[in-house]
Ligand binder design. Structure first.
Ligand code: 5GP
Ligand code: ZN
Length: 116
């Protein structure tokens, strides 16, 4: 998957519409097009990183920022006290379908553990 065809790069370039939730110089957050919970937001780095397999210590600040942004989104969507789940699927076995790193922020309903 290259940056020309990557759907999340296309959202970053505003070629594909998305309901934007948050943006700064390093990350963009938008609503998942197929939500599986009342709150389902995706946070992506602006840099095209295929998956966790491609990160290095140079990305420590970026990854920390994704968690901080997730916390802030959870607070704004009022799920910070009831609970929310942060998920990064990495690889086909666990259901990664878009190979541009993204963190799911999901909440607003009870969820089972362990996941299927
Ligand atoms: P994954 O399965 O890779 O962890 O998650 C990919 C997520 O991206 C899925 O939840 C899917 O619904 C979402 N998604 C895929 N294409 C688009 C799109 O074009 N726009 C938005 N907003 N979400 C998308
Ligand atoms: Zn991309």
């Amino acid at each position: 998957m290259n940056q020309k065809t990557c759907v999340f790069c296309r959202i970053l370039r505003r070629e594909v519409p998305a309901k934007l939730v948050y943006e700064n110089d390093q990350v963009l957050a938008f609503e998942d097009v197929n939500p599986v919970a009342p709150v389902h937001v995706l946070i992506i780095p602006k840099e095209h990183i295929g998956s966790i397999n491609e990160i290095s210590p140079l990305h420590d600040g970026l990854m920390g920022q994704m968690v901080t942004v997730a916390k802030e989104i959870a607070r704004k969507q009022n799920i910070h006290e009831t609970g929310f789940r942060l998920v990064i699927n990495n690889g086909v076995d666990v259901g990664q379908s878009v190979f541009h790193l993204h963190m799911h922020v999901m909440g607003g309903r009870a969820m089972a553990w362990p996941p299927g």
